[in-house]
Ligand binder design. Sequence first.
Ligand code: DP6
Length: 362
Amino acid sequence: MGDESKKNWVLMVTAQSPTNIAVIKYWGKRDETLILPVNDSISVTLDPEHLCTTTTVAVSPSFNKDLMWLNGKEFSLAGARYQRCLSEIRGRASDFEDEEKGICIKKGDWEKLNVHIASYNNFPTAAGLASSAAGFACLVFALAKLMNVKEDCGTLSAIARQGSGSACRSLYGGFVKWDMGKDLSGNDSVAVQLADEAHWDDLVIIIAVVSSRQKETSSTAGMRDSVETSPLLSYRSKEVVPKRIVQMEEAIKTRDFPTFSKLACTDSNQFHAVCLDTRPPIFYMNDTSHRIISYMEKWNRFEVTPQVAYTFDAGPNAVLIAPNRKVATLLLQKLLFYFPPTPDTELNSYVIGDKSILKDAG
Ligand code: DP6
């Protein structure tokens, strides 16, 4: 770097990453530090319009420490997860040169440059809408671009995984599987794209934001308790999920909505059963969530084929998936009629989405 360090330049990258919603859930770690899961999981990546994180990362010789702002407020980067992502990326950085701006950064110089990170979620943080998934995927992707990291998407997913498990799946659009891997190093615990965002593009996703409050039990704490205390979790991870993953992959490949719906709903319900089986029990869903499940189950049983799939992450918000626009319109009408967004119902808004991909906005 030499003389460059005296110059007041700023190098900046902005990226945007959507959140993802698991249809076969990740719940439980076999290694807490490396974030290695007890089972494979499968998710759908949403379109970035409604549920996404936008992150700008910058380096400059004038920055005297690493700093981060989340939704405009200073946010500590001291946590081990942030530190791991930063050092994994810095360790893989390569030479960068911009003659016009007079910037020349050698591989080893990246370690000496401090980074400033500004991140915004366009949806409630930590309310069970996978904010950490979009957040870490976006951070890793943006830092990798900034520091000229030449690794493939799989390796970046393994780095994002060390920020938050579900983040590894947001590195890809469409349908994504997180392969739990076998290696102790975690190098093979990576996300793979099952099908891109053009596949099965008639699916429509409606999210009923039942509550935008922060959840009481974080996913990290909740799954730690489940691993330690729930016999149902060990049965689920060994006996149930491996078969479901194969069936779900096939249902996605063949666009088999009845099977997709059955598997997604059953898996969500089993995940919440594991939460109840945990000591002390964890309650992520509320009465409105339960009423939505009952309503969707009745509707599916009343029709010849299932009309909707539902799934709930670590929060009360319902993610509803319709097979096409016609059914989605009907679904929205029913939701607005039976679950109107009023203060009485707790339910405050609906978000309509599509499947999509992480994009470089810089
Ligand atoms: C219920 O990825 O948020 O959304 O790895 O501890 O950061 P950490 O947990 P996180 O857990 C997500 C759990 C889930 C299911 C899923 O997304 O597969």
